[in-house]
Each structure stands twice: as structure tokens, then as C-alpha cells.
Design a protein around this ligand. Structure first.
Ligand code: CP
Length: 361
């Protein structure tokens, strides 16, 4: 559960939410004996971040380690992104993803070119994403794109030669969100980063949502399948009879983690250690609410120490009555976004050497 964080002289430490909760990075750093897997991080230099399948348990933990280091010390003085320009190209609405990416860049002394709405680009006049990608080659050093079309990655990559970070593509994936989700879980229970977490610290994950049409849920589950020594069971709770979708079918079949699919959360809620909730689904050509008949509230039959994750934005599925409780990991999850995105940008832009305090191993 998040710590209650005191304020000093009226100043609230960065990462503390309005309820006075903060998920501190130090226990995760202690659990990793302050080691950072530099090799796993250096492998990201110059790479695009498109799909969670490009990661494995080792790289997810390495990104969480670096995020924790960035969260625990004042790296702004290192100016690691000095001279770099990030283009945030958002062709679909966002609160957290665009602004936390931009905050991450600016806090590390990089610069941002922001497209907050595709309609301010030549798209409004019929321009193709492929042509926009060609222009981005000279305008920036990395492109962070969100788009409602699942195949937008292929379109822009026809001409784009800069690293591309997928910030959500239709019903496809949201890989950086999944890394943020796992950063929150690893801070909450650092033993989960071990290949063989003690049995009594392993978690039963409940996922209220439809991975096949919810990109954040899909990416979260894809990473969860990489942690068989930490996740003892996954229960998917969905309104749909077949919620999994094509992308996850094979990884689920190959994973040693037992997975069950049910359609009534009441059957399993008291057994869950972690409840991941979302309701915004991409169906056909627009976003709709699915699975929102499962409303979690303060009075829901949760385990006393269960935590709730939600990528946000929320609708009716997650009551504000939970915000003041220790079940609320979702605000701390969102607060960690800046540090995970700083970690990714530092690696992709090959500026790891500029961060002081990374042990050489
Ligand atoms: N979690 C997330 O993707 O939020 P936004 O839609 O606000 O970016």
C-alpha cells in the first residue's frame, strides 16, 4: 500500500498524490541491491518501443530499476536529454500519456514538439501518416505517437527513420502503460522482481476488462505472462464470452501461469491480491464502455490488503470512494509514469551514460 507522505513546509514531494499517498522507489532499489541491469537497458538504444512482446522479465525489471533510480534522485542536473527533441504526435485524446511524456522530456532538459490533436496537422487536409513520418525525420530525434488506427505504426514507419514509441494504437497495444503498471507493482511488492518470488508473496491477478479490445489491458496481461515466478494465477473477468483476442492467444497457451475466464467478479473478488480494472474498449471504429457493470467501491468485498490498478481515464467501474483507501494504487501508478518514460527516453536516445549514480556492472 502507498506510504502516507508528510509535507514539509507546505511543499509536497513529487510523486505524492492528493490523498497524501506515495509509492516510494527505495524498497525496489533495495530489493535489487542497488544494481541496474545496464546491458538490458543499453539494448534499447536507437530502438522503437512498439509492442510488449519485445520485452522480457529481465528488461521489464531493468526499466523499473532505472525508473526507481530516476525517481529517487535529482537527475535533472545531469541534463541527460540536452539537445534532443521529442515529437509527441497525438491523433487521439490523452491526459496522462502525452503530458507525462512531455514532462519527462522537459524535466531531463530535452525539448518537445507537441501535436495535441491530429486535426492541427495536414491530416485535416488529407495528408497521409507516411508523409508526416517523412517530415518528422528532420524535426525531431524520437517520435511518440498515439492514433486510433491499429495499423498506424506500419503507416508512419513507411518513411520514419527515427525511433517510434507507441503511445496507444487503436485496439493494438499500449506498451509504455504496461511498463508503468509493472513499475507500480514492483514498487508495491519488490519481491515480485525475483525469478522465484516466495510463494506467500506471489499474487493472484484479477483483470476486469476485455484484453482483445482494450489495449492497456492487453499489454498489461502480456507483461504479466512474463512473470511466472511471481504471478500464481490470472483471472479475466469480462462481459464477453471470448475476451482474449488473437494477440494473447498464443502467449497464454505457452505460459505456465494458470488463467481462468469468468463473467461475474463476485465469484473471485475476495481471492484477488491485485485487481486491474478498465472499461474503455475500442470496438470497430470508436471507443465504448465495456465491463462497466462491475463497479468497484469502498464496500466491495476486496481482500484487506488487495490493491487496485487502473490505467485511467475511469468511468463508472471505479468509484471515488476507493480513492482515500489503501486499495488505491492507481494514483501512484499514474504518478510513476514520468519516471518510466524518462527511463525509456534515456535508453532509446542512448543517453544512459549521462545519468550519474548508475552502478557499472
Ligand atoms: N493511461 C492512459 O493512456 O491515459 P490517457 O488516455 O490519458 O493518455
Amino acid at each position: 500500500m502507498p506510504d502516507k507522505q508528510k509535507t514539509f513546509g507546505g511543499v509536497t514531494p513529487v510523486g505524492t498524490n492528493s490523498k497524501g499517498q506515495r509509492l516510494r522507489p527505495h524498497p525496489l532499489l533495495d530489493a535489487c541491491e542497488h544494481q541496474i541491469d545496464r546491458e538490458a537497458l543499453q539494448a534499447l538504444a536507437g530502438k522503437s518501443i512498439l509492442n510488449p512482446r519485445q520485452f522480457d522479465r529481465r528488461s521489464v525489471v531493468a526499466i523499473a530499476q532505472l525508473s526507481a533510480l530516476l525517481e529517487s534522485q535529482n537527475v535533472e542536473m545531469d541534463k541527460p536529454l540536452d539537445g534532443k527533441i521529442a515529437i509527441t504526435a497525438f491523433f487521439e485524446a490523452s491526459t496522462r500519456t502525452r503530458l507525462s511524456f512531455e514532462s519527462a522530456v522537459l524535466r531531463l532538459d530535452g525539448k518537445v514538439l507537441s501535436v495535441p490533436d491530429g486535426q492541427v496537422t495536414g491530416i485535416a487536409k488529407g495528408e497521409s501518416l507516411a508523409d508526416i513520418g517523412e517530415m518528422f525525420n528532420t524535426y525531431g530525434d524520437v517520435v511518440i505517437m498515439r492514433h486510433p488506427d491499429t495499423d498506424c505504426i506500419d503507416q508512419i514507419q513507411r518513411n520514419l527513420q527515427r525511433p517510434l514509441i507507441n503511445a496507444g494504437n487503436g485496439s493494438g497495444h499500449h506498451p509504455t502503460q504496461a511498463l508503468i503498471d509493472w513499475y507500480a507493482l514492483l514498487k508495491w511488492r519488490p519481491e515480485l522482481c525475483r525469478p522465484n518470488c516466495p510463494e506467500d508473496r506471489q499474487v493472484h491477478l484479477g483483470v476486469i476488462g476485455t484484453p482483445g479490445s482494450m489495449r492497456a489491458v492487453k499489454s498489461f496481461v502480456r507483461l504479466a505472462l512474463m512473470f511466472p515466478g511471481a504471478v500464481k494465477k490470472i483471472t479475466l473477468i469480462s462481459e464477453l464470452a471470448d475476451p482474449v483476442g488473437l494477440d494473447l492467444t498464443e502467449p497464454i497457451e505457452e505460459s505456465p501461469i494458470p488463467i481462468e475466464i469468468i463473467n461475474d467478479v463476485r465469484e473471485v473478488l475476495p481471492e484477488l491480491d491485485v485487481v486491474y480494472v478498465n472499461s474503455i474498449a475500442f470496438l470497430g471504429d470508436s471507443y465504448r464502455n465495456l465491463d462497466s457493470r462491475y463497479k468497484l467501491e469502498k464496500g466491495s468485498n476486496l481482500k484487506p490488503d488487495a490493491v487496485i490498478l487502473h490505467p485511467l481515464a475511469r468511468n463508472d467501474e471505479l468509484g471515488e470512494t476507493l480513492d482515500h483507501t489503501d486499495h488505491n494504487l492507481y494514483f501512484a501508478q499514474a504518478a510513476g509514469a514520468v519516471f518510466v518514460r524518462q527511463a525509456l527516453l534515456t535508453c532509446v536516445l542512448d543517453r544512459l551514460d549521462r545519468i550519474s549514480g548508475i552502478p557499472r556492472n
